[in-house]
Design a protein around this ligand. Sequence first.
Ligand code: UD1
Length: 429
Amino acid sequence: MSSFVIQGGARLEGEHTVQGAKNSALPILAAAVAARGECVLHGCPDLSDVRATLTILESLGCAVRRQGGALVVDSSCLCRCEIPERLMREMRSSIVFLGPLLSAMGCANLSAPGGCDIGERPIDLHLETMRALGVRVIEENGRLRCDARAGLRGARCSLHFPSVGATENLMIAASTAKGVTVLTNAAREPEIADLAAFLNACGAKIYGAGEGALVVEGVERLHGAEHTVIPDRITAVTFLTAAALTGGEILLRGARPSHMDAMLSVLEQSGCRLCRPGGDTLYLRMQGRPRRLPTIRTMPYPGFPTDAQALFMVLAALAEGASIITETIFENRFRHVAQLRRMGAFIRVEGRVAVVEGRRFLQGARVEACDLRAGAALVLAGLAAEGETRVRKIEHVDRGCEHFEGDLALLGANIVREEDDLGQEDEEA
Ligand code: UD1
């Protein structure tokens, strides 16, 4: 295991280029299974979750190689429809292989991805939509045997909650189903539109992706294509918030500000000066202490994203006055609160609501990342705190933030990665 060791107090200043979106890259790589032929994908970030996805692709028989900065996936030798439990557990979003395998092979044998640190990760919506397309699903001892050898057929479906993963699985499977599929209350995240753009480049006929109701006209087969994933809106806002918390300034390049409206609005209302010069750049400058945050309620897109909740809690912890943050998407996504309290933050939690009384200072402390975004938030808290902060279990952060400490250091942060020695782990267990 590794830790980040941070000496807080340095003002961040400079330029940062936003990485490609993890949450686009993962479903698009999985969808490459359904596109018989070579897919060339640009902008996939180098992350442990992406590497885990590539391992699954290879285990299914796909050939994967790097070509310059691109990832090339060739699924013409796809020969298996089973993903071993070990690989399923390595990455929660492995369930997004369900639709691609059913489309390409007519069967998928997977294990349920299980719960995780931010709460249970049920897959009922994934299975409900697959059943609507004619898939026979047998759940046995934690394994899922899904059979569509009689053929996928288009259907009308509606999600009772706009699940991102369930929308992705349905779009991919419906692309090669017989007839037309209509999905209402579909997720509208930008990553959904990006996946649809990739599938359409492969020959699919998907209309309305990102708009809540989507129509998929099934085609005979998908072919290979070339695609560039969209910029990562969550890591983009991670760097903006890091600059804001240290009273710094940052020029982001390669961003897609229109995907970040809900988050940018909160940054502006908390006192950050934001300029959107147009195109793919964003400039932020912060002077003085953040103002009390407007009430935040995490919601499906275009609402405030749950993935940014922990980051903004750090801003609230240092802001003037009290801010209120309500988490509505995941039931257990306040685990960073206990860690932030160790740094002197004053946060009361009742159910899904956190009331954060801002403090003038946070104190460096030994804390532990409990999930990817919480880990990134603790790093930000460490950058703003007085003294030294050690963030343990940063493997969570490596799942989603590419070159995190290197990029922060380039902006002036005092942060290094250290391998934990076993004695230290025992001492802190
Ligand atoms: C995706 C993102 C994740 C983000 C989340 C919500 C990826 C790889 N991950 O996760 O970063 O936090 O969207 O924006 O894109 N649900 C059910 N039944 C289901 C599926 C989901 O009840 O079958 C519930 C979940 O428990 C959760 C909510 O729906 O409470 C949102 O889940 P979902 O939108 O599916 O998130 P993911 O696709 O897993």
